[in-house]
Design a protein around this ligand. Structure first.
Ligand SMILES: [Ca+2]
Length: 464
């Protein structure tokens, strides 16, 4: 009943002209982890990595158990996220780094900025062309990159062999340690968490949109300090990754504490997700599914990620949602919760009625994959479709379709295409119809000029 009233209010608010510029709109924090696997969080069943704050977020929100990245990996995933549509809609059929995101339709940051939000970005970008930095596509503030720690000869001497192998040769710049303003060496993820708190602190009076995408937990995690790793019971092959995940969880705790202390918890939508599936090379887990980054990019674990939505009072607490969603739904859901009309270009839907249980079933009846950019790594080529419990897959258009029943066979060990020709035919036709409406693969343009950066240093770079 409470939710119905809130929806009614939101619908009414959306009809009031000029509301877009009004204060009092909900804040949004979007957390997008790099390479975090479906089976790498406590609330998703991992036994060896304690993630109490993320688990708490799920307990105070909706844990989505069938959440997809239709455009893996990093770069295309982030482009689809920020544009609220399949990457193929703007010709992005694979990694294609350097391909611009469209500017004839608003990015999520531009959209919220145009509607009265203060927009801020922290961490990894990897979106659009070299000239499309975050400040160019709608973010008003970007956390400057703190200088990386550079290892000295003396430090290299004392390093564990794995760390020395990565950072003791030509490359001496640390990936995960930076130098803070006081000259101290700090864990980058932790530094990012402090920047989140700083952003919220400065903008607590306004509606804000904060996008944090840490470098974590992307390889290489060998620098993870013992103090983080010893909090886990992870085996050796995933101990460093586990340490990195524990630190991500710490920052979620830091964020939630800041929101609570400022009385913003109820009026803030927090979304937590990952840009693609598990970091297999460092022991990441897709359990109960298989696959992930590297050799497993043909399987479910490469595209199925953990996703949590939390907004007490608007969304249920501790109620999972099993229907199919994709990362491009975040845009439309944020727009809806902000009382704004979803822009026409969006492929996503407003997930609120699905997350509340008002509407049953999948938010998307079908989801599709068409990763066929000729320049992309062969292992990542994928044509696929999801419908009900079925996953249809083939690598190239000339291959035979494979069909898996993910409910009976989550590990995708039994291709049941021959036993279910009608399902194959139906899904293949759906895929074909969807693909027919897409523009061709776009060429990456050559671009003059320096790559857009927010600059290194401390504090925030702001839009010109
Ligand atoms: Ca990634």
């Amino acid at each position: 009943m409470k939710n119905t009233i809130i929806h009614l209010l939101m619908a009414l608010i959306a009809l009031v002209p000029g509301f877009a510029s009004a204060e009092g709109k909900p804040n949004v924090v979007l957390i997008y982890i790099d390479d975090l696997g479906y089976g790498d969080l406590g609330t998703y069943g991992t036994p060896d990595i304690p993630t109490p704050h993320i688990d708490q977020l799920a307990a105070e929100g909706v844990q989505c158990n069938t959440s997809y990245i239709t455009n893996p990996p990093c770069c295309p995933s982030r482009c689809a996220l920020i544009m609220g549509q399949y990457g193929q809609r703007f010709g992005k059929y694979g990694m294609s780094r350097g391909l611009p995101i469209p500017e004839d339709r608003p990015s999520l940051a531009r959209f919220l900025s145009d509607n009265g939000y203060v927009t801020g970005q922290i961490g990894k970008w990897d979106i659009g062309s070299r000239l499309q930095g975050p400040l160019q596509v709608g973010f008003q503030e970007v956390a400057k990159k703190a200088p990386q720690k550079v290892y000295t000869d003396k430090e290299i001497e004392k390093m564990k062999p794995a760390v020395r192998k990565a950072f003791g040769g030509k490359k001496r710049n640390s990936k995960y340690f930076c130098i803070n303003e006081d000259g101290e060496t700090v864990w980058l993820t932790d530094y990012d968490g402090d920047m989140m708190v700083d952003f919220i602190d400065r903008h607590q009076e306004k509606p804000f949109f904060l996008y944090w995408s840490p470098e974590a937990v992307h390889s290489i995690n060998v620098e993870a300090p013992e103090a983080l790793m010893e909090r886990t019971t992870a085996p050796k092959n995933r101990r460093a990754l586990a340490g990195a995940i524990v630190s991500v969880d710490d920052q979620v705790g830091k964020l939630m504490k800041a929101l609570e202390e400022k009385g913003l918890r109820e009026n803030t939508l927090v979304i937590f997700s990952s840009d693609n599936g598990a970091n297999n090379s460092e022991g990441g887990s897709s359990a109960p599914y298989t696959g992930g980054k590297g050799s497993g990019t043909h399987k479910e674990g490469w595209v199925r990620v953990p996703t949590i939505f939390s907004m007490p009072g608007v969304l249920p607490e501790g109620q999972p949602y099993d229907g199919m969603i994709a990362n491009f739904d975040f845009y439309s859901t944020i727009a809806s919760i902000a009382g704004l009309e979803i822009p026409e270009h969006c492929d996503g839907v407003n997930l609120v009625p699905f997350l509340t249980g008002e509407e049953e079933g999948d938010a998307h009846q079908y989801l599709f994959w068409h990763n066929s950019e000729p320049g992309d790594a062969e292992r990542r080529h994928m044509l696929a479709a999801r419908w009900k419990d079925w996953r249809l897959f083939r690598k190239y258009a000339e291959d035979e379709w494979q069909l898996y029943d993910l409910k009976k066979d989550p590990r995708e060990e039994n291709n049941v295409a021959a036993q279910n020709p009608e399902v194959v035919q139906h899904l293949a036709k759906k895929h074909e119809e969807w693909a027919e409406a897409l523009p061709p693969v776009a060429e990456i343009p050559e671009m003059e000029g320096d790559k857009e950066r927010s600059g290194s240093g401390y504090g925030w770079a702001t839009a010109p």
